[in-house]
Write a protein that binds this ligand. Sequence first.
Ligand code: NAP
Length: 283
Amino acid sequence: MKNKFLFGVVGHHISYSQSPQIFEVIASALNLEHSFVLHDIDPSTFDEQFPQVLASGIDGFSVTIPHKNRVVKFLDRIDPVAALLRAVNSVRIRDGQVTGFSTDGDGFAIPLEKHREELMGGKALIFGAGGAATAVIHCLHTRFGTARFYVLGRDREKLNRFASSLAQGIPEVELDTLTISEYAAVRDENYSIVVNCTPLGGWNHPNATPLPGDFVWRPGRVYYDLSYNEGNKIVAQARQRSMIAYDGSAMLVGQALRSFHLWTGYSVAFDNVYRAVFGNSGD
Ligand code: NAP
């Protein structure tokens, strides 16, 4: 097998990315030579710049906010889950073929395995209606049996598009979409998990929150934030309110390991990589 690789990440405002460090740990564990490039591309120049990434000799790269849909038209092939979700977060270039995958669900599921029973047949409150929210809903529904979803966003038209796209991809999902100002309508719903699928509270918006002022914290239930910035204030607040809170660090490592396997054929154990990057076991 090949033992020298070029990897990267394609996104915008991604200087915070911990992907280079994660891929360094994975490649070192396997004694593989590699380089990793951050491709920060403004949405307005994406169509000109993205083909240059594809032509750079790159073997595989992650795709993050806000380009997960934009890459689709450049692919030769798309795997069934990514096609269903209409969002690609991992691209492999092999033998001239550009293939898109969705590995977010693989990473997202990792901390939830121990909550399978509580999630089964339950309800989920989701903030954000982008690519990651779709992957989260698909994962919760197909792997953990979550039955009903309330998705809150800031723009009614985007929420409508999100709902109709989801209805085509995963028609069996029961979904209500609401603007943040309509939160009162679901405040008393008995949800088992709350997921923040917006960048608010993360690296670029550390003091912002998507949660409304009258948000009801549910002690003993799961709060899951996809951001993985150290000291995330919403995660800390959720713990103070006795929710079981996770940030996106395990998801980040889990989806990177899955991507690495897709790009190279090699695998490394999750715990070793997580500990090397984040300095603890993540429990
Ligand atoms: P996306 O497709 O661009 O969707 C982002 C969502 O957040 C949209 O609903 C967007 O609303 C909303 N949003 C963005 N800025 C906002 C603001 N200032 N105020 C209110 N809402 C705002 O992005 P994504 O791929 O779903 O990713 C979402 C977040 O998850 C990002 O922070 C990303 O880094 C994180 N993520 C983490 C992992 C991990 O491994 N830990 C994996 C995937 C994603 P509009 O549609 O109205 O713009």
